[in-house]
Design a protein around this ligand. Structure first.
Ligand SMILES: C[S@@+](CC[C@H](N)C(=O)[O-])C[C@H]1O[C@@H](n2cnc3c(N)ncnc32)[C@H](O)[C@@H]1O
Length: 213
């Protein structure tokens, strides 16, 4: 069995070594863990972004988060995903009433349908690790954010239970911090929450910084 996988973000430990480490420190050992905490994370994201009138959800998948934000906070939400196969049926969702959610099939790295400064907040839930061009996406997110707007990234961190379950190329907190810094965000904070199984990273689109290329 391979001991580790090398990637451009460093070396991912093998599933076996993460398993051993996880057991050693008493991590949750339940593949329903992330499903269980998702409603709580959606609420925390809602509270974090409650001041925003328009929220862009990149890598939205089924737009579960977007539906929650639109219904709970009456926010205008634009969900973007490369694939539209999981988008909800908005006619059905409306049930006669207008919904503030819209879903767009697009690459998050190329949001041509949005003007500069068009949104108040950008969120990505479980999506950062899937981006082939994370840096391009964060620069584009910064373009469409208004000055003072917030980017919030919630993802699985390197070495977490997720790694034991799916063993993908997750970011460390330091890598997430560096990514936000190099793409021009200010006031960056990166934390591990939910028993250190979730990465919570945020940055502000400051008015003064030049766009990173
Ligand atoms: C693990 S899913 C998370 C979906 C959703 N945010 C959730 O919480 O259930 C990651 C999503 O990111 C999307 N994705 C990956 N790369 C993308 C890109 N460049 N632009 C837009 N969406 C992308 C995938 O299609 C997938 O639906």
């Amino acid at each position: 069995m391979r001991a580790a996988t090398r990637t451009d973000r460093g070396t991912i430990p093998s599933r076996r070594s993460v398993e051993a480490e996880g057991r050693a420190v008493g991590l949750p050992d339940d593949d329903g863990f992330y499903d269980k905490i998702k409603p709580r994370l959606c609420s925390q994201i809602g509270e974090e972004l409650r001041e925003a009138r328009c929220v862009l959800d990149l890598g939205c998948g089924e737009c579960e988060l977007g539906r929650f934000l639109a219904e709970t906070y009456s926010q205008e939400v634009i969900g973007v995903d490369l694939a539209d196969g999981s988008f909800p049926d908005l006619q059905e969702l409306r049930g006669g009433a207008p919904t503030r959610l819209r879903c767009v099939k697009a690459d998050a790295g190329r949001l041509d349908f949005l003007a500069a400064g068009a949104v108040d907040a950008v969120v990505m839930l479980w999506a950062l690790h899937e981006l082939a061009q994370a840096r391009t996406v964060l620069v584009e997110a910064r373009r469409v954010l208004r000055p003072g707007g917030e980017l919030l990234i919630v993802d699985f961190p390197r070495g977490s239970l997720a790694q034991r379950l799916w063993n993908e190329d997750y970011f460390t907190p330091q890598q997430a911090f560096d990514l936000l810094a190099v793409t021009g965000y200010a006031d960056i904070t990166v934390r591990l929450v939910e028993r250190r199984q979730v990465l919570w990273a945020k940055g502000i689109r400051s008015a003064s910084k030049e766009l990173a290329s």
